[in-house]
Design a protein around this ligand. Structure first.
Ligand SMILES: CC(C)(COP(=O)(O)OP(=O)(O)OC[C@H]1O[C@@H](n2cnc3c(N)ncnc32)[C@H](O)[C@@H]1OP(=O)(O)O)[C@@H](O)C(=O)NCCC(=O)NCCS
Length: 197
């Protein structure tokens, strides 16, 4: 009985708002948002062949985004260059879910003006090399350059450039935690660690 009353209440709410002004406003806004978030940028980015971008990804200032061949932008990723800087992604880039590449910064030096009204600060382009892997929920901040072959471990925040190719970086702020190894090198390292115990 309780379930029936609750369903009835929900149904009444649906019928009440189905043809309301709020409904049409909401639909129009959702549609405009969808066009802005998921359609308009597709004609503006600079993309090499065979890229994949998940439908939930958000790309802002798309005219300043360059994407290399075979690169992936995954679920819930956000790529946001400043209006006057670029984000350049290399070839064969792997991006886990929730990666955030943020080239834009609000001005913060004045306390008498809200930050959203202060001039933006341009810290330069973000450039990510070829064959990099950004783990899930990684954040890359403005001006950072990442060398070829680097792995950024899940959850890291990269605030400074990573200049060593094939490094593995992790943590907040991200630091080098290792280097990519072959299977044999990994096994040898594990053996050496075990024999030192
Ligand atoms: C970075 C990564 C690839 C390393 O994997 P791995 O080579 O198997 O490394 P291990 O798990 O053996 O860990 C090696 C060391 O790095 C540390 N480490 C691993 N992941 C880390 C992370 N996300 N942040 C900080 N340190 C990390 C481990 O604690 C370990 O430290 P120790 O040597 O002091 O014990 C992996 O941890 C990772 O982050 N993968 C991303 C997965 C992902 O997001 N996938 C999305 C689909 S694209």
């Amino acid at each position: 009985m309780e379930r029936f009353i609750s369903m009835n209440k929900n149904l009444k709410e649906v019928l009440r708002y189905m043809f309301s002004l709020s409904m049409f406003k909401s639909l129009a806004m959702s549609y405009a948002y969808y066009i802005h978030e998921h359609v308009a940028w597709r004609t503006k980015i600079h993309a090499k062949p065979n890229i994949r971008i998940h439908s939930t990804a958000s790309l802002r200032n798309p005219q300043n985004i360059y994407i290399g061949e075979n690169s992936h932008i995954n679920i819930n990723c956000c790529v946001w260059p400043a209006a006057d800087s670029k984000i350049i992604l290399g070839d064969n880039l792997l991006m886990g879910p929730g990666v955030s590449i943020q080239g834009a910064n609000h001005g913060t030096d004045k306390s008498d003006i809200p930050m959203m009204q202060q001039d933006r600060v341009n810290k330069g382009d973000i450039v990510i090399g070829n064959d990099c892997w950004l783990g899930s929920n990684v954040t890359i901040t403005a001006g950072v350059h990442i060398a070829d072959g680097v792995i950024v471990a899940a959850g890291a925040v990269v605030t400074k450039s990573i200049t060593e190719p094939y490094a593995i970086v992790g943590g907040v702020p991200a630091k080098i935690i290792g280097y990519r190894k072959t299977k044999e090198e990994k096994e040898a390292a594990a053996q050496a660690k075990a024999s030192n115990v």
